[in-house]
Design a protein. Sequence first.
Length: 383
Amino acid sequence: MNDRTSLRHRILVTLGVIVVFRLGQSLPTPQPARLPLSDQSWRWILDLVTGGRLATVFGFGVLPCLVAPFVLRALIVLIPRLAALRAEGEAGARVLTRYRRRLVVVLGLLGAVGLVVSGAQDVLGGAVTVACLTAGTAVVLRLTELITDQGFGDGVRILLLAQVLAVLPSEFLRLYEKTAWAAVVVMAVVTLSVTVITIVVAQGQRRVPVQYAKRMIGRRAFGGTPSYIPLRFPQANSPAVLAAVLLWVLPFGLGGPWWIAVYFVLVCLFAFVRAAVAQDMDKVAGELVRVGGFVPGIRPGNWTAEYLDHVNRRIIAFGAFSLGVVALLPVAGLALLGVTPATLFVAGVTLQVVLVFLVGVSLDTTRQIESLRQQRRYQPFLR
């Protein structure tokens, strides 16, 4: 199979899995069960993460697949045996992958039991519903792995993107019926602004020049070529926004415009702290010393680490401010549309997370497609 056929094969696999996934979300269970929710904002969030079809075979969507890695990460910290497996390398990673798969099915089973109990079904109907939803979770897990192995991008993110795009049109139509063309204009401006800012922050980088010392091996000189260290803002978007909402908005309720200002400051603060902790400039400086590299005009070692940390903090500050603006735009747009304060932050945060997620998935998929195209282009020279 040549590279062109491989590219076509990946596209067909991805599209085929998406079609099967959406068909499974349209196939109702023998005994439908619904989760009673009176708050429309929480119902909207539930529709986004489940595809709006909770009473179907694939009712939970990719939600168990999203939650399982976080649960497993917490268990690794708490259970020494799991921590030892992570330290074993590739063999331990295979065992942890097997545990993650089992955890996904267990989460689907627990969610099905909770759904049946909340729906107050009879014993036989509840057993059938639990069996269908648990089996559907296992099938969705396999579909995500199929996309990851033979398709484009991460399977969980691609299927989540598919179900989000399936829910958004009806929600925007409902908003249009309430506010007419004002909703279309405001949402178009918000979507375009969030997309542009997210792409600029994700793709932008500061290139710190690096020079490598020349080495003589025999009569030949090696090294000495200039290079650079790309410093960029790490992808820490959604956790910062969610942390700000959980620690400020939800415990204390909603108030006037000053609540939005505090929300903006908290998002910037959480994003800055998370990005600063995620990057270690001392390690980068030590690696430069090991390979014989140095920043021109800066002494190697601690001086280089301080310089890189200074530059990196300025980049992180700009990225955190940009993230604060991205988090503020959906809230401001929904406020202009007259959304009630009770649902303003929930709907705004959900919209921001969805838009950033869509942009991230699109960028990752584009990079993978471009990589395969480059590989096909240079394959004849490698033969």
